[in-house]
Design a protein. Structure first.
Length: 200
């Protein structure tokens, strides 16, 4: 089954993640999307409001269940949660069996391009990974601002639907006592409310 991996903190998983990954998968002819939740994101601030691992995993499982019936199968891999220390994508790709002859397909947002050259062992990672870049309409990528090391990814851009949903926005709404209905799958919304996540 042709698989597309999608890593991140998913704090929380939301409809933007689902809609965009589904569109990217269909564009690339993928049959399966696998979420890879990070244990400790390397490039996130220490003040980052990160929910406990067990909550993020539970919400991802609920989100995957909400996509049953879709033409693309959704699943998750906890490979990064079984390691201690920072979550390096290079280590994850090696653990998934990535080689120069069998590259791992990995989905990232266009907003990550400017920092991609800073990723751990990026030169080696590019030999083991086929990155797919999600680009929203109306937000063209300025490749002149992208480090030369990763400019070759211009041929790996996939269009995704417009979405203004972000995990940061969702967490702020929760802190402000506002509804997040429609921003996350309903089962995820109920889980957040039940466990009082992201409330100071």
């Amino acid at each position: 089954m042709k698989t597309l991996f999608f890593g991140g903190s998913f704090n929380p998983i939301h409809r933007g993640h689902l809609v965009c990954s589904l569109s990217a998968a269909k564009s690339g002819g993928f049959e399966k999307i696998v979420f890879v939740p990070s244990h400790r994101p390397v490039l996130k601030s220490r003040a980052y409001d990160l929910a406990l691992v067990e909550h993020r995993v539970a919400m991802l499982m609920l989100a995957c269940q909400s996509m049953k019936g879709s033409s693309v199968h959704y699943d998750l891999d906890l490979i990064e949660l079984h390691r201690s220390g920072p979550s390096y994508t290079y280590d994850t790709v090696v653990g998934l069996g990535g080689t120069p002859d069998h590259k791992i397909d990995w989905l990232i947002g266009a907003d990550q391009l400017l920092n991609l050259h800073r990723w751990y062992r990026i030169s080696d990672l590019l030999k083991l990974t086929r990155f797919w870049i999600m680009q929203r309409p109306g937000y063209p990528i300025d490749w002149s601002q992208v480090d030369p090391l990763v400019r070759s990814l211009q041929n790996q851009v996939v269009p995704v639907p417009p979405t203004d949903i972000s995990a940061t926005q969702i967490r702020q709404k929760i802190r402000d006592g506002q509804s997040i209905e429609g921003l996350v799958p309903e089962t995820v919304r109920e889980y957040i409310l039940t466990h009082r996540l992201f409330i100071p």
